[in-house]
Design a protein around this ligand. Structure first.
Ligand code: SF4
Length: 324
């Protein structure tokens, strides 16, 4: 049985309308029946509840909840919550994303300390921090990211840190503020193939996103770079392979590929469900192109199994350096 864990879309119709006002004019898209391989663990274990409580006690927003991630039952049962900083409202309006859109509130200067406190309470070995897009801020929120990284390092020096950032489009060199804060992994998702950007990611620019990750590697080669793609949006296999080549020419270390799942009927329609065998084939192709790590399964998300994968990533780099 498929368990849908969409706490946000279970709201009333009025709340839904307020959540994505720009999408209300879109026609309803068909809802495809989920195949048997999209199976998830239902939330509710004692550790899940504890994780939930720590998030609420620290007044934190998580992408796990805001994006209605299907993996929340599994991840939160292992205390792996991905905190989303700078509020719950995004200034972009991507066609695939369930995060609320609109005008965000002012930054909360106490948030870095609350995030660090939650990371310590969860006893995380590896944490993933993401954010909404903050095009309204002069630095796109880069300083706030750096403050969060510094607060975590201060309170939990052994915890490794992965950031999943916005693209900082039209913000100059502010990404350098995040790089200089020295996260262990710098992640930014390309999300889809360039042909689909105008309809799926209209506020972003494919080559800008690619170049952002390339600049991270140029400035600090010790940081791992990571990026992710959704499939099932109408892209061809050749287009995905071209994106892999582009990523490798930007020296990206780690590629994640997962199935796109439509958050509501007003979001982009699912073109098809990519089969587990096809994911396996994509994974093999990606490894053959030289990525250090690849995770490609229907339920792969940027932060899914990020802690175990970080260990494997470190080992893969060490092996690569030994064989040089
Ligand atoms: S995959 Fe990531 S976003 Fe989804 S529940 Fe797990 S940690 Fe949260």
């Amino acid at each position: 049985m498929v368990t849908v864990v969409d706490t946000k879309s279970q709201n009333t119709k009025t709340q839904k309308a307020a959540r994505h006002p720009e999408k209300q004019k879109n026609p309803d898209t068909p809802v495809l029946r989920k195949p048997s391989w999209i199976r998830v663990k239902a939330p509710g274990s004692p550790v899940y509840k504890e994780t939930h409580q720590i998030m609420r006690d620290n007044n934190l927003v998580t992408v796990c909840e805001e994006a209605a991630c299907p993996n929340i039952g599994e991840c939160w049962s292992k205390r792996h919550a991905t905190m989303m900083i700078m509020g719950d409202t995004c200034t972009r309006a991507c066609a695939f994303c369930n995060v609320r859109t609109g005008l965000p509130d002012a930054l909360d200067r106490n948030e870095p300390a609350r995030v660090a406190d939650a990371v310590a309470k969860l006893k995380l070995k590896h944490v993933v921090i993401t954010s909404v897009d903050r095009d309204d801020l002069e630095d796109g929120g880069a300083r706030h990211f750096a403050d969060v990284i510094a607060a975590i390092k201060d309170k939990s020096p052994e915890t490794t840190i992965e950031v999943l950032t916005p693209d900082f489009l039209r913000k100059g060199n502010v990404h350098e503020i995040v790089i200089d804060a020295k996260p262990d992994v710098f992640n930014h998702n390309l999300e889809t193939v360039p042909r689909l950007y105008p309809s799926i990611r209209p506020g972003a620019r494919y080559y800008h996103s690619l170049r952002l990750l390339e600049k991270v590697k140029e400035k600090d080669p010790s940081q791992f770079t990571k990026s992710g793609l959704m499939v099932g949006l109408g892209e061809s296999k050749e287009e995905v392979m071209q994106v892999m080549d582009d990523m490798r020419s930007a020296d990206i270390d780690f590629l994640t590929i997962g199935q796109y799942l439509q958050p509501t009927r007003k979001h982009a329609a699912i073109d098809r469900f990519v089969t587990p065998d096809e994911f396996e084939a994509l994974q093999k192709i990606a490894y053959s192109k030289g990525f250090l790590m690849v995770s490609a399964t229907p339920l792969t998300r940027s932060s899914y199994h990020a802690d175990e994968d970080f260990e494997r990533l470190r080992q893969a780099r060490a092996e690569q350096q030994r064989s040089k």
